[in-house]
Design a binder for this molecule. Structure first.
Ligand code: 5GP
Ligand code: MN
Length: 336
C-alpha cells in the first residue's frame, strides 16, 4: 500500500470512483463517505456511493444520503458500478469482509482500492494507496486531512462540514473519549466558521428515537443486564423476542452498550444482540483493558482498544455463557 499523499496527483485526472464503508454504516462511516463524495464531485469526478447494507434512519437527513445505493437492494447495478470503477475508496474499515456480501465484488474488481481508516490491524496488501492511523478520532477527521493536505481546503462547503461533524461527534462520544485531540477541536472550529449548525446535528442523531425504543431500553436495563462487580464488568444479552416485541429498527440498539459503562466502577461493557444471521457482540472499555484483542481472540471480531465488535454463530444464551466463562481468565486485568 502506497502512502495516501502519492494519490493526491491522481486527483487531477478525471476518474470513476466508488466510495464504500463497513456494513450497517454508523455516523462516521456515512459521514466520511458522504463528505468524500461531495468533495470528489466538486473536482468533477464520476462518483457513486455504495453501502454494503441498509443504515439507521437517524442518518437519513445527511446531505447526500438520497444518492447512496444499498448493495443488498441493488446487487446487479452495484456490481456493474464496481466493475466499471477506476478506484474504490474504502472508508472506516480495513479488511474487506467488513463489507459483508459486497466483499467478493470488491475483491474481484480491477479497481485500485484506497484505504482511509482508523481501526487496528489493517489488511494493507488489499489496498493500492491508503492511510491507516489508530490515533485518529474518526475517519471523518482523516477525510478532513485528506482534503486539506491535497490542497483543497477551499472546497470544504457546508455539506462537507455537516457530514464531517457527524462522524467526529459520533466516534468521539460527543467529544469525550480520549481520542478527542486538539486537532479535533481545531477542525470543529474551522467547520463552525463555515456556518456549521452543530446543535441541529445532535438533534438529528440523538433525538429521533421512538417511544418503543425507550421502552425497549427500560426493559433491557431491568431484565437483560447482568453486573459482575468482581470483574468490573457488565453484560447485556438481547433475545430476538425483544427486537420483535418493541419493533426495533436498524440503529435502535446503537449506543446502548455505552450506558453500561456509566455504572460506577464498570470498566468493561459487553452486549450481545440476536440478529437475523448471527449474534452480534459490541464491547466497550475504559482505561487499559483492550477490547480489540478480546474481540479478536474470542468473538471473530476487532475494532479499537476501547470499542470493538464481534460475532458468534451460537445461541444468545450460549454465547453469553461463553462470555461469562472467558471473563474469569481476565480477572487480574480487569481488577487492576
Ligand atoms: P460497534 O460495537 O459500534 O458495532 O463497533 C465498535 C467498533 O468496532 C467500530 O469501530 C466498528 O467498526 C468495530 N467493529 C465492530 N464489529 C467488528 C467486527 O466484527 N470486526 C472488526 N474488525 N471490527 C468491528
Ligand atoms: Mn470510525
Amino acid at each position: 500500500m502506497q502512502p495516501i499523499d502519492q494519490f493526491f496527483p491522481l486527483l487531477k485526472q478525471p476518474f470513476k470512483a466508488v466510495i464504500t464503508c463497513h456494513q450497517k454504516p454508523d455516523g462516521d462511516a456515512m459521514g466520511s463517505t458522504l463528505a468524500l463524495y461531495h468533495f470528489l464531485k466538486q473536482l468533477g469526478h464520476d462518483v457513486k456511493v455504495i453501502s454494503p447494507t441498509n443504515w439507521a434512519q437517524f442518518l437519513d437527513w445527511m446531505p447526500g444520503t438520497d444518492h447512496v445505493i444499498d448493495f443488498e437492494q441493488n446487487r446487479a447495478e452495484s456490481t456493474q458500478i464496481v466493475n466499471d470503477a477506476d478506484y474504490v475508496f474504502c472508508l472506516d474499515f480495513n479488511i474487506l469482509h467488513r463489507t459483508k456480501h459486497l466483499e467478493p465484488v470488491i475483491a474481484a474488481s480491477n479497481a485500485v482500492k484506497i484505504l482511509i481508516d482508523h481501526h487496528q490491524q489493517p489488511d494493507t496488501p488489499s489496498f493500492g494507496y491508503g492511510i491507516s492511523d489508530v490515533k485518529m478520532s474518526s475517519t471523518c477527521e482523516m477525510i478532513y486531512d485528506f482534503i486539506v493536505q491535497s490542497g483543497h481546503s477551499n472546497l470544504i462547503n457546508l455539506d462537507i462540514a455537516t457530514c464531517l461533524y457527524t462522524g467526529l461527534m459520533t466516534d468521539t462520544g460527543s467529544f469525550r473519549f480520549p481520542s478527542t485531540t486538539a486537532s479535533v477541536h481545531k477542525i470543529v472550529a474551522h467547520l463552525k466558521e463555515l456556518g456549521l449548525q452543530h446543535s441541529k446535528i445532535h438533534e438529528h442523531i440523538y433525538d429521533q428515537g421512538s417511544e418503543a425504543r425507550l421502552k425497549f431500553m427500560g426493559n433491557a436495563f431491568l431484565y437483560r443486564m447482568q453486573v459482575f462487580p468482581e470483574y468490573n464488568t457488565a453484560l447485556m444479552a438481547i433475545p430476538k423476542a425483544d427486537i420483535y416485541k418493541f419493533e426495533l429498527k436498524t440503529g435502535d440498539t446503537e449506543g446502548l452498550v455505552n450506558y453500561l459503562l456509566s455504572i460506577q466502577g464498570i470498566k468493561f461493557a459487553a452486549i450481545v444482540i440476536d440478529r437475523e444471521e448471527e449474534r452480534k457482540w459490541s464491547f466497550r472499555s475504559k482505561g487499559i483493558f483492550d477490547v480489540n484483542i478480546f474481540a479478536r481472540t474470542h468473538f471473530e471480531g476487532g475494532g479499537h482498544a476501547n470499542a470493538a465488535g464481534g460475532r458468534s454463530s451460537k445461541s444468545v444464551e450460549e454465547t453469553a455463557n461463553d462470555f461469562k466463562n472467558i471473563l474469569t481468565e481476565y480477572k487480574s486485568q480487569l481488577t487492576q
